[in-house]
Ligand binder design. Structure first.
Ligand code: GDP
Length: 507
């Protein structure tokens, strides 16, 4: 319990945007220009969040690697960030990941600002990018919307104080429930097994006051806080809401995105942890049953099947991907998820792909060199992708390859049939006058009677008078050896000659 809290806790800011648009540089600049070098010193290990003071107010920045971690945390229902910065390079503009990030922000209902970065570059063109933003439904103030857009340079620092002002202003406008009476809680934003210190986790305190020696439960992990450090690596006795801290003393490594809570004592922690394990088992059973039912249904309705073995980095990605894949339905092709599991690709996966003729689709997993060779020798296709939208597109592409190609016909000429000469072994010799266009030896044609195609085939040989010809034109009479399937041509039919090519279809 905290007692009275008069001041609003600091906002937790997350930085999102397309790769290479400057997220890391921006976070580095803000940290370096606001945290004295000697404090943040090179000795301590840098953790995935930091705090700064700007105009007498604190702000917390999440410094985790991009929106993957953010969406994983959000998926688990942990409300971590309060405000987002959507970084867009002013010399490049909107990219697919910019829009993916914008969707994350929208889904999380976060207030946000757009930082038009790299404004120092000679080819930066923020008016163009602003227009692009509005065209993509990111409604910035200048284009009649509510989202502030600021020009910044993460390299020179231009515009960054204004950006920080804007973040604080947005936070002032946010109404958050009073903290009084809330238990002490947090969210795991990083965790690892430290060779010296054992399981260690970076926890963002979300309410209350976290203290050294507290009995803590983080998801299924339990323990007693042995060391509590701030982001600079300095030992502290306690931490209030929005403070990122490094915690040691847990018995196992807590899972990213899990929520933590201080409990009365170790017995309480054990009881809660066991209850959670049971609950998660039940949820998993239900999810698996749903998946099986869903993929069986999709497959039953279709003809061409693409079997895949799905490997993902986390259970969260797996669920998100399967959900998206199950929405991908088509009359002629379907996906069949033969197996799905979390972890890197193994020889066992390759064996199972070989026997089911499946492709292995991996999401943010690795393919060890030996397994890669093993797959190559067996002719098993392995595709590994790193972004959800790319992954879904990748599967779509694979599925499209199964679609029979579309035959596109472009009309070349028309012949009115005047005579049927004789049947040959593999065709029939017919004669007629070309009423439009031309006829080319070897061309495809349809025999049309009363507006309907009665036979389809090719013109194997072409003669004008008695001479072989490669082409005959409108107005000329010609003889043709027609080879085709369907009914026998009759006088009065039309021969419609066309060029055909195959067009790949896409899902
Ligand atoms: P991230 O992938 O979004 O984290 O992007 P980075 O922060 O790694 O930046 C990608 C590249 O852009 C790096 O080479 C940075 O030095 C460069 N960069 C980032 N911000 C700026 C900026 O404001 N101006 C200029 N000129 N370069 C920048």
């Amino acid at each position: 319990m905290t007692g009275e809290t008069t001041q609003k806790r600091p906002p937790v800011v997350v930085v999102l945007g397309h790769v290479d648009h400057g997220k890391t540089t921006l976070l580095d600049y803000i940290r370096k220009s606001n945290v004295a070098e000697k404090e943040s010193g090179g000795i301590t290990q840098h953790i995935g969040a930091y705090q700064i003071e700007h105009n007498g107010k604190m702000l917390t920045f999440l410094d985790t690697p991009g929106h993957e971690a953010f969406s994983e945390m959000r998926r688990r229902g942990a409300h971590v960030a309060d405000i987002a910065i959507l970084v867009v390079a002013a010399d490049e503009g909107i990219k697919p990941q910019t829009l993916e990030a914008a969707r994350h922000i929208e889904n999380a209902k976060l207030p946000f600002v757009v930082a038009l970065n790299r404004i120092d570059k000679p080819n930066a063109d923020s008016p163009r990018i602003k227009k692009q933003l509005s065209e993509n439904n990111i409604l910035i103030e200048e284009w009649g919307g509510k989202v502030p857009a600021l020009e910044v340079s993460a390299k020179t620092g231009k515009g960054i104080p204004e950006l920080l002002d804007m973040l604080l202003l947005l936070w002032d406008l946010e109404e958050i429930p009073a903290e009084t009476g809330l238990s002490t809680q947090g969210v795991v934003i990083e965790s690892r097994l430290d060779p010296r210190r054992g399981p260690s986790a970076t926890i963002l305190v979300t309410s209350g006051v976290l203290k050294k020696n507290d009995a803590l439960i983080c998801g299924e992990a339990i323990g007693k806080i042995r060391i509590l450090e701030d982001f600079k690596g300095v030992e502290i006795a306690q931490a209030t809401a929005s403070t990122p801290v490094l915690v040691t003393g847990m018995e196992t490594v807590p899972v990213l995105g899990d929520t933590c809570e201080v409990v009365a004592n170790a017995e309480e922690a054990i009881r809660r942890s066991e209850a959670l394990v049971e609950k998660r088992k039940e949820e998993q059973k239900a999810a698996d049953a749903l998946l099986q039912a869903a993929s069986a249904g999709v497959v039953a309705a279709s003809k061409h099947i693409l079997p895949i073995i799905l490997k993902t980095d986390t259970k969260g990605s797996e669920e998100a991907i399967i959900e998206a894949l199950l929405r991908m339905t088509h009359d002629e092709v379907a996906l069949k998820i033969i197996e799905h599991s979390v972890g890197d690709i193994t020889e066992a996966d390759v064996k199972s792909a070989e026997s089911t003729r499946a492709a292995i689709m991996g999401f943010r997993v690795t393919l060890p060199r030996a397994v890669e060779q093993y797959a190559r020798v067996r002719g098993v296709r392995v595709v590994i992708l790193e972004l959800i939208y790319e992954f879904i597109e990748g599967v779509r592409k694979e599925l499209s390859l199964l679609l029979p190609a579309e035959i596109v016909k472009t009309q070349m000429g028309k012949v009115s049939l005047l005579a049927i000469f004789k049947r040959e072994k593999d065709g029939i010799i017919i004669g007629g006058r070309i009423t439009s266009g031309k006829v080319v030896r070897g061309a495809w044609c349809d025999i049309v009677r009363n507006g309907a195609i009665v036979s389809e085939g090719k013109i194997r040989e072409l003669k004008i008078a008695k001479d072989d010809a490669s082409e005959a034109k409108e107005g000329q009479e010609c003889g043709m050896l027609y080879v085709g399937k369907g009914e026998v041509p009759q006088v009065g039919d039309a021969v419609e000659v066309y060029e055909r090519f195959e067009k790949r279809r896409e899902l």
